[in-house]
Unconditional design. Structure first.
Lengths: 226, 289
């Protein structure tokens, strides 16, 4: 069972954007609700796998704390619109605690912080996007590809763009019809400034925090043996 | 917060109602269905949050409708009733109307989520989904608990920093740096504290034996009856939405406006059930007085 879930993870993660693109281009009916359902469902195997591991209390804490810091950060940084430290914190979490914790950090941060900013049909998408960001960060750092600071910064920027792309595509899939390339480009164009700002903010936040946060987390990891 | 009598039902019943309302809403672009869903959502929002909240929500959602109609009208090229030409490309009534309907649908969905958040509170959500995912729901409730805790700690850290730096706050750049330092201190402090919490949980045998719950709710006979009524109405409305209302077409001309109209009362009844329950309660209360 665990093995199956392990192999299934990347497949499921890729299936969501695939379904999204297919539905958009083919112009299926009820796209909005269909893709929302797929996104929500895609997260179940991750949660299930974490449940089956029966984690100790100490293993549960890092994603909880990071998600809470990320959500509180959205409130603390409310003075700077679209400077949200969530993406950066999720990346650091995935990098230090592995892909599973990274995914959980992202998903929990999205769900919890929307308590302050309003739940909506975007909640499952945010959970998915930030979850994937954490998962990818864990995956890449397992391969030793996030050791240097510039790698972290580059990944942070790309992850923010990916986040924006997923959100924009869902809007196009559900609410623009008939599907035309000019319409899609216009919607992406409208979203691009926000994505770029989000990317720059994430890079900036990562540039300031990557070094010290990694050091602090490593210290806690060796002190408490997690 | 006003207590809503619909929220006294079992979380599963409440969740069924909202899943049906938001799901059907997302599936119907028929103008009358969108309108009915929007109005019923407004009524429920008014009952649970007050008129001022409805007013704010309506203003915000009108903007959503306008933006969606504009985007679709200016970029979608189908439809044959040309309103005017914009730089050589025709803007058609049909594509503007599609934008109005899909914007209205989005607005209605947003309204349903606003109601959902008010009535289906965090403890109900956990009660419903905590059984299948005990660890993840435990983690979620810990995040809920840590956020206010962290905001408090954040104020404490800020006060300490102010005392150290003499309380001068510089420009945006300086504020930004302060914010980053604050987040950093917050993470370190909370992470170390949480290890102690984890040890305490372990010492008190966390994870051994079945999980106990703060609210213990069982489906009562009334809950089953409500669920049955809701399910029956939901099935009939779903037939209206998927079977009949989908005959309505936008392109090339608007057509089939009268399709599925006979199902509208059922759909409206389904959406208004919480409001009707509230009304019934009110009438009883008047009579008893």
């Amino acid at each position: 069972m665990n093995k199956i879930l392990n192999c299934l993870e990347p497949v499921i993660l890729l299936a969501v954007p695939a379904v999204l693109i297919l539905c958009t281009v083919m112009g299926t009916e009820y796209t909005a609700v269909l893709t929302l359902f797929v996104a929500a469902l895609s997260m179940v195997p991750f949660f299930l796998r974490f449940e089956r591991r029966k984690p100790r209390a100490r293993e549960m804490m890092p994603p909880v704390i990071l998600a809470a810091v990320a959500a509180a950060g959205r409130v603390l940084f409310a003075a700077f619109p679209s400077v949200k430290p969530v993406t950066a914190i999720v990346i650091i979490g995935g990098c230090c605690f592995g892909r599973q914790s990274g995914f959980l950090t992202g998903a929990l941060a999205a769900l919890a912080s929307n308590l302050f900013f309003g739940q909506g049909p975007w909640t499952p998408w945010q959970m998915y996007s930030w979850g994937v960001t954490g998962y990818l960060a864990g995956l890449l750092s397992d391969r030793g590809m996030l050791e240097r600071t510039w790698q972290m910064l580059g990944f942070g920027f790309c992850a923010a763009l990916l986040y924006g792309w997923i959100m924009d595509t869902w809007y196009i899939a559900g609410f623009v019809s008939p599907f035309t390339w000019t319409g899609a480009l216009a919607a992406y164009g409208a979203g691009l400034p926000f994505s770029l700002l989000h990317g720059l903010a994430t890079t900036g936040f990562l540039a300031l925090t990557t070094g010290p946060w990694k050091k602090k987390i490593r210290r806690i990891q060796s002190k408490y043996g997690i | 917060m006003k207590k809503n009598c619909f929220s006294a039902y079992h979380p599963a019943v409440v969740f069924l109602y909202f899943a049906g309302a938001a799901g059907l809403c997302m599936c119907s672009l028929h103008p009358y269905y969108v309108l009915v869903s929007y109005l019923c959502g407004a009524v429920l929002l008014g009952i649970s949050c007050g008129l001022r909240r409805v007013f704010r929500q309506v203003l915000a959602t009108l903007a959503v409708v306008a933006v969606t109609a504009a985007v679709n009208g200016l970029t979608g090229g189908l439809g044959l009733t040309v309103l005017f030409y914009l730089g050589g490309t025709p803007v058609t009534w049909e594509s503007v109307f599609y934008g109005l309907c899909s914007g209205g649908m989005l607005a209605a969905v947003l309204q349903w989520f606003a109601c959902y958040q008010r009535i289906m509170t965090g403890d109900k959500f956990l009660e419903l989904f905590g059984r299948g995912f005990p660890t993840v729901s435990m983690m979620l409730s810990m995040v809920f608990r840590y956020i206010p805790d962290m905001l408090g700690k954040g104020r404490e850290i800020r006060a300490a920093q102010k005392a150290l730096t003499g309380g001068k706050s510089g420009g945006k750049r300086e504020q930004m740096k302060e914010g980053v330092r604050l987040a950093s201190v917050l993470m370190n402090w909370s992470m170390e504290n949480s290890m102690e919490t984890a040890d305490s949980m372990q010492a008190r045998e966390y994870g051994k034996g079945p999980r106990s719950r703060y609210i213990h709710e069982r489906m009562s006979r009334g809950d089953y009856r409500a669920a049955l009524i809701l399910a029956a109405l939901l099935i009939v409305s779903a037939f209206g939405v998927f079977g009949k209302a989908s005959e309505f077409v936008f392109y090339p001309f608007l057509g089939g406006m009268e399709a599925g109209i006979c199902f509208l009362p059922v759909y409206g009844l389904y959406l208004l059930i919480p409001a009707l329950l509230e009304g019934k309660e009110l009438i009883w209360w008047m009579r008893l007085r």
